[in-house]
Write a protein that binds this ligand. Structure first.
Ligand code: GLN
Length: 492
């Protein structure tokens, strides 16, 4: 038989149900891959004992013909999701040693459906970053390398542990979160599929908050089908999150393979950036052609406010972060400074020691834009532009059903290449932040390789709560792209 870890999540799910493999075998096989892949630095915590225990419980159910939708399937969990009894760091020193006494709703939903937890995945600190270099636990390394080269590349961020571990087959699929692109950009850089659902589709309860009006959970998986299966288990209404929406969760897998004939695909001219690599232009043109060949109608659309999306995001997100991160005071959880003279200096020293540079930068920006005298000029104005960006999308969706764009402005870049220039780093989100600002679902699908042999993704954006049409389009894109490349295994 082929290596169990080469099975897709859907194949493994079916093999488990048919009792061709056991969950314990699959779990052991993944744990062996993880052990050999320490060079990738994808995991902050490996929960081997817990994984085997969960796998045995799943096997007992599978033996009796019982079990949930993904019974016995081993997953990785981004270290932003609180997991009961298992350290949850958010990639930060300030939360090192924090062991939650509760489980996030999204991870609880996955365990309800039978999944097995392999461990907690590395990420940018508090999900702030696009390269995984802000993690206190060191950067994650992309399994992909330039053809013939051995330079270390970023797997994207902030969900770099999720994207790298899925690409390297260290788990069947992973959870991730996306505030400005953190599911879709790392998926694009690692040839994985990343889905950010509509704001409100997944509960945010028990996910360490970054920017609450933008944060959404979603899967990173090997293919479109696997991402559909994952999202179905992760999503659902949760009374513990007032922004989670009370709507039934559709069977996304059932949408795959449905005809896309007559679907209108919008192509926004403002996403054609000056200086964008020709290969990304070409890939985008390929994507347009593929959808046309599949029977879609291509419509030119205009989203002129796109140029304000990044500035708006980098006001709103830090503003919310500065408020959310006020709770890390060295008293209730995580790191506390050893040296202080009074309670003020205890707070200040704990925060200065506990937060990394990028997080401190965001807190300073956020505090500034919210401060008296600047609030109207920055935060309030950004909120107004945000509303207009939403309106602009609503108008565009009068003319089309899905919007097709590149996922990221470049392929994977080298560690250190952008980390000294925050604005360069922020530009990574140029194609993805708009969907967060407008609350729309967006997904990245692997579509091709650049001349250096690195993967590139295409993004589809859909109407609110119309993930089913998005999955239909993603599947058509995946079929047409027929992307089969795999990174050479240099790490094991
Ligand atoms: N790269 C963006 C940021 O640093 C988005 C991160 C995210 O989506 N969590 O804020």
């Amino acid at each position: 038989m082929t290596d169990i870890t080469d099975l897709t999540l859907a194949e493994l799910r079916d093999a488990l149900k048919a009792k061709k493999v056991s969950s314990l075998e699959a779990t052991d096989a993944y744990l062996a891959n993880i052990e050999k892949a320490t060079d990738l630095n994808a995991f902050v915590t490996v929960t081997a004992d817990k994984a085997r225990e969960m796998a045995k419980a799943s096997d007992a159910k599978l033996q009796k013909g019982d079990g949930g939708a993904i019974e016995g399937v081993p997953l990785g969990i981004k270290d932003l999701f609180c997991t009961e009894g298992v350290q949850t760091t958010a990639g930060s020193h300030i939360l090192e040693g924090f062991v939650p006494t509760y489980e996030s709703t999204v991870s609880a939903n996955l365990w309800r459906d039978g999944a097995v937890m392999l461990g907690k995945l590395n990420m940018d600190e508090f999900a702030m970053g696009s390269s995984n270099e802000t993690s206190y636990f060191g950067p994650v390394i992309n399994p992909w390398r330039v053809k013939g080269g051995n330079a270390k590349l970023t797997p994207g961020g902030s969900s770099g542990g999720s994207s790298a571990s899925v690409a390297a087959h260290l788990c069947a699929a992973a959870t991730a979160t996306d505030t400005g692109g953190s599911i879709r950009q790392p998926a694009s850089l690692t040839a994985t599929v990343g889905v950010k659902p509509t704001y409100g589709r997944c509960s945010r309860w028990g996910i360490v908050a970054f920017a609450s009006s933008l944060d959404q959970a979603g899967p990173i998986a090997r293919d479109v089908r696997d991402s559909a299966i994952m999202l179905r288990s992760m999503a659902g209404h949760d009374p513990k999150d007032s922004t989670s929406v009370d709507r039934p969760t559709p069977d996304y897998e059932a949408a795959l393979g449905q005809s896309v004939k007559g679907l209108r695909i919008g192509v926004p001219k403002e996403y054609r950036l000056d200086g964008m690599p020709a290969e990304i232009e070409k890939l985008w043109a390929d994507g347009i052609k593929w959808m046309k060949d599949a029977g879609c109608e291509i419509v030119d659309i205009s989203l002129p406010l796109t140029k304000y999306a990044l500035p708006v995001y980098y006001i709103v997100a830090p503003a919310e972060a500065s408020s959310n991160l006020a709770r890390y005071d060295g008293v209730r959880y995580g790191h506390r400074a050893k040296e202080f003279t009074d309670v003020q200096s205890m707070y200040a020293n704990s925060r200065a020691e506990g937060f990394g540079k990028e997080v401190q930068r965001r807190i300073m920006i956020g505090t500034y834009v919210l401060s008296a005298g600047y609030y109207d000029a920055y935060y309030l104005r950004a909120q107004k532009v945000r509303k207009r960006i939403f309106d602009e999308f609503s108008d565009a969706f009068g003319k089309c059903d899905l919007i097709l764009t590149p996922s990221a402005p470049s392929a994977a870049f080298a560690l250190g290449e952008k980390s000294n220039d925050p604005v360069q780093m922020y530009l990574n989100d140029v194609f993805t932040v708009t969907a967060n600002l407008a609350g729309l679902p967006g997904a990245s699908v692997p579509a091709g390789l650049d001349a250096k042999g690195l993967p590139l993704g295409l993004q589809l954006i859909a109407k609110p709560f119309d993930e089913e049409t998005m999955f239909k389009g993603m599947f058509a894109l995946e079929q047409a792209a027929n992307f089969k490349a795999r990174p050479e295994n240099w790490w094991a």
